[in-house]
Ligand binder design. Structure first.
Ligand SMILES: Cc1cc2nc3c(=O)[nH]c(=O)nc-3n(C[C@H](O)[C@H](O)[C@H](O)COP(=O)(O)OP(=O)(O)OC[C@H]3O[C@@H](n4cnc5c(N)ncnc54)[C@H](O)[C@@H]3O)c2cc1C
Length: 479
């Protein structure tokens, strides 16, 4: 059976030795009062405990059981409901959220680690809270106060969950051609009609309500991506007093049978004149949704990173234990019939390339997080802008690079197990299956490359990349 221990020692090393995180937090007035190393250490310890003891044990059983669909109702595997409730009650969903809506206001430099841990422990489970966090983030930046006050506290507490509904049967990468329609109503709401596919957590039994963020077009919208608006469509309408009311006209038509992340319900969602509310401005839905997508693109990188860590931990333990052949440089363990396979250069090559990816990838994710925090919390306008530029440049890299290398890492780790890596019992084949999706969703990695080269490298006459290279040169000069 695979094992997982949250890599707290490495995380602390990166925080303290590589980034001087405490210094950064102390320098930002918005964080200085409530974020310090002791608090963050306590959060990391608790995250490790919860994910190792509650979430990780559901990873294998969740894969075996899978999410089940019956006549519009989706049931998650045994244990998921209880774990999700504990996750919400523990404040984990709102860890990085604004305290105004019940969040704890922790910076990304903290949640980047707790996200890696939950993805390492159980990627299918991790997706349920993650989608709610992403939806809430887009709402908090583009939604009205009224909508946000009504919905966000319940999402952050885990009482309600969230989704993002972009993809349609004929429109995945090219969202400009979506067909879902939104008809304005006299009371200011909209009627949403259309079919969305591949919706993660579109229906499930973990929360009392599911808040869908849906891309749709008004009847007179301009063609293409300039005519897309964003709507909030709850599974259950919400009464004036905030309680859950009548069922809205949105339902799951089926769930997909997938290669991996089988415990995550991937749903066909039918909106049939469902009542919805505009989030942000008409025809500016894609920009609003990109808030959520950018957040989740880094998260997909963290899915890859979490998987790579599990891959390494298990492969190195196996390589120390499994004995085959003798070391090329002479017998290492004469009292045994053969040496452990970790003595063989090819096995070491695989282990070290996984480890190099994990250690460098974790630093890279923290680097992007640092700039996300500076762009959000700095009170110096120039620092804020420069940080936002760096995030824009690095987001497609973080998504594609971390997930491509993660898949390679999982395959390498599987290879270390020889034939046993192909057998379910050892957990490596699940790791490979579960990690593959991260290269595909949230914009395929090919689309990330187009974003980097076609948009980010050329924006402002190459300023983004010039500023980055200046930073690299300064670092090289200083070391
Ligand atoms: C398990 C799972 C969960 C998902 N969860 C969600 C979710 O919660 N919400 C949601 O809205 N969607 C979700 N998706 C959808 C996912 O984001 C899309 O599948 C993905 O963005 C690709 O779209 P597509 O499948 O339509 O492929 P297509 O857009 O048809 O692309 C097919 C291939 O063509 C390439 N391609 C397309 N256009 C171009 C171009 N202009 N230039 C170069 N290459 C191009 C792509 O890179 C890809 O390799 C999920 C998908 C899966 C499988």
């Amino acid at each position: 059976m695979p094992v997982y221990k949250a890599p707290l020692r490495d995380m602390r090393f990166i925080l303290d030795e590589v980034f001087d995180a405490a210094g950064i937090w102390a320098s930002l007035p918005a964080l200085a009062e409530h974020v310090d190393r002791d608090t963050v250490d306590a959060i990391l310890e608790e995250a490790a405990k919860f994910n190792e003891n509650v979430v990780f044990p559901l990873n294998r059983s969740g894969d075996e059981e899978g999410a089940k669909f019956d006549n519009g109702v989706v049931t998650t595997p045994a244990g998921f409901k209880d774990a999700f409730a504990q996750y919400g009650e523990g404040g984990w969903i709102g860890l990085g959220a604004d305290p105004r809506w019940g969040g704890q206001g922790m910076p990304k430099m903290v949640t980047v680690m707790t996200e890696e841990i939950i993805f390492g422990a159980n990627p299918s489970f991790a997706l349920y809270p993650l989608l709610g966090i992403g939806a809430a983030l887009a709402m908090s930046q583009h939604g009205s106060d009224e909508l946000n006050d009504r919905y966000l506290p319940k999402i952050y507490s885990g009482e309600w969950a969230g989704t993002m509904c972009l993809t349609e049967p004929h429109a995945g990468t090219d969202l400009g051609i979506i067909k879902t329609r939104a008809l304005p109503q006299a009371d200011g709401s909209y009627r949403i009609t259309g079919t969305k596919i591949f919706i993660t957590g579109g229906e499930h039994d973990l929360a009392d309500n599911i808040i869908h963020l849906v891309l749709a077009k008004l009847p007179d919208a301009p063609a293409g991506s300039k005519g897309i608006s964003l709507f909030l469509v709850p599974k259950f309408l919400v009464n004036e007093d905030g309680s859950v009311g009548a069922r809205n006209a949105v339902a799951a038509g089926s769930i997909e049978h997938k290669m991996g992340i089988k415990a995550s319900a991937t749903c066909v969602m039918n909106f049939d004149d469902a009542q919805g509310w505009l989030v942000g401005e008409i025809n500016e839905g894609l920009a609003a949704m990109f808030v959520m997508m950018n957040y989740e693109r880094l998260s997909m990188g963290l899915q890859g990173l979490g998987a790579s860590e599990v891959a390494y931990q298990n492969a190195v333990a196996y390589a120390r234990d499994r004995i085959q052949g003798r070391s090329a440089t002479g017998v290492k363990v004469p009292q045994k019939a053969a040496d452990p396979i970790i003595v063989h250069p090819d096995v070491r090559r695989m282990l070290l390339s996984v480890r190099a990816h994990v250690e460098a990838g974790r630093c890279f994710a923290m680097y992007v997080s640092k700039y996300l925090d500076l762009s959000k919390y700095s009170d110096d306008a120039a620092v804020k802008t420069a940080a936002a530029d760096r995030v824009a440049l690095m987001t497609p890299v973080a998504k594609a690079f971390l997930t491509d290398r993660a898949f390679d890492a999982c395959v390498d780790a599987q290879q270390v197990f020889g034939g046993h890596g192909y057998i379910r019992e050892w957990g490596m084949e699940q790791l490979v299956r579960d990690t593959r999706i991260a290269q595909i969703y949230e914009g395929t990695n090919g689309i990330q490359a187009l974003d980097l080269v076609g948009r980010k490298l050329v924006r402002n006459k190459g300023a983004y990349v010039r500023e980055y290279l200046d930073e690299v040169r300064a670092l090289v000069a200083a070391t």
